[in-house]
Ligand binder design. Sequence first.
Ligand code: UDP
Length: 237
Amino acid sequence: MEPLYEGKAKRLFTTDDPNVLRMEYKDEATAFNAEKKAEFENKGRLNTAITLAMYRMLETKGVETHLLDQIDEINLLVKNVDILMVEVIVRNIAAGSFSKRMGVEEGTVFNSPIVEFSYKSDELGDPLINDDYAREMGLATPDECAELKKKALIVNDVMIDFFKRCGLKLVDFKIEFGRTKDADAKIVLADEISPDTCRLWDIETGKKMDKDRFRQDLGGVMGAYEEVLKRVESATS
Ligand code: UDP
């Protein structure tokens, strides 16, 4: 079957049910807006399992997601939602593009989380936007922007606690949302939550346990993802 959509890390396929899509996690990794590419055996399997565990954990805390079911090691069934073209980034500790843009040393802890929006456009390199940009570009209404921010901060609170139990510090993360196609369209969490989309540092050693190992050529990328999955599974069991 032809994919309905192919992204950098996942493919989306239709199913017999128009309300349901199959999401396949690929082994490919990209960084710096796809300037850097590699393939990691098992990445699809690890990110599928981590996303599944995170979504199930978040659902128990009242956060709605597009997850329906697991098919196999690299495929999830998800609701067919309209993805909002706004990426929501939450930062607890300075790193990555924040440190670069603002000249703030990596590891600087924020008093309160920073929520950022960016326009989901590979062509433009996901530029940073605000509520006014989102409104004028027709990406999200002001009410929706407020809802995205509120939901992202709830996800942050839940994930900080959860990852603490995994011995991991949640530095920052990116999430996406979709509008359900029902009459009472709701905004639910979509896409993935994995070491590709979260920065996670070991609480004891400070070791980077996420995609920065690939971005910064630190080695042991899949070993770190495997360790994250092990800890996530033991914290959810
Ligand atoms: N992130 C992501 N996809 C993107 C951009 C960022 O998953 O297209 C995640 C990234 O892994 C990190 C957080 O969002 O956990 C903040 O990323 P940042 O803006 O610092 O960008 P980067 O360092 O990836 O350029």
